[in-house]
Design a binder for this molecule. Structure first.
Ligand code: SF4
Ligand code: SF4
Length: 227
């Protein structure tokens, strides 16, 4: 194993006590792509925890401006576990106070199997329609749905069937050219897990579990997520 990777992991094991580890050096904020956006300063976010202002951090914009890219944590000389800190702050926000449509998307996904609530019949109709269009260019093309034994299970970013359906054709053209064995599913096909982004572990697990269930049921070998 790469010794650098190991040493980073070892550092992370020590990084549970922010108060004891943070040097206030500012390296995290220096490399953060959103420093200054809505007054974002990740060093301040760490200091808030250090000073016992957890609730103030939960109520602040900091956890939501963060993209969870991980640059701060990678650069931190003390290995402070900044990502877990910011994500857990998201998770502690009351669900009706989660910004934007994120929590509504999670609730919709739990209810319907995708973030925007596309009914199963509409989804299948759309796939069939797009496949028919594409077959004029790619002879014999169809979209395999719920195909047992396919090599790759492909989940779908709901924004594509919802707003940019033709984008799916680009994936399909590559799969066709590669003569790949693949399938998608008629239910629980959403590949964008907003439970991850909102710090909602229970919903995240449920949504992942549904994909795993599809994957096992169809006996696929690989899983492809669009995000
Ligand atoms: S890089 Fe690490 S040690 Fe430096 S201010 Fe940020 S959290 Fe603290
Ligand atoms: S994980 Fe968040 S706080 Fe850290 S560098 Fe990325 S955007 Fe900035």
């Amino acid at each position: 194993m790469d010794p650098l990777v190991l040493s980073k992991r070892e550092k992370h094991k020590l990084a549970t006590q922010f108060a004891d580890l943070c040097l206030t050096c500012g390296t995290c904020a220096g490399g953060c792509p959103v420093t200054g956006v809505d007054d974002m300063d990740v060093r301040k976010a760490v200091r808030m925890v250090v000073l016992g202002l957890e609730q103030e951090l939960v109520d602040s914009r900091f956890p939501w401006v963060c993209t969870l890219c991980g640059r701060c944590e990678y650069a931190c000389p003390m290995g402070v576990d900044i990502l877990a800190m910011l994500r857990s702050a998201r998770g502690k926000r009351a669900r009706d106070k989660v910004p934007g449509v994120l929590h509504k998307g999670v609730a919709m996904c739990l209810k319907t199997g995708n973030n925007v609530g596309i009914p199963k019949d509409d989804f299948l109709f759309l796939l069939e329609d797009l496949a028919a269009e594409l077959s004029e260019e790619l002879p014999g093309f169809t979209v395999p749905v719920d195909k047992k034994g396919a090599k790759i299970l492909i989940t779908v970013n709901s924004k594509e069937p919802f707003g940019e359906p033709d984008d799916m054709k680009y994936w399909w053209k590559i799969l066709y050219a590669a003569n790949e064995s693949w399938t998608t599913t008629s239910e629980n096909w959403e590949g964008v897990n907003w439970g991850l982004f909102t710090g909602d572990d229970e919903s995240m697990k449920e949504i992942v579990g549904r994909i795993v269930e599809n994957y096992k049921k169809l006996e696929c070998e690989y899983l492809l997520l669009p995000e």
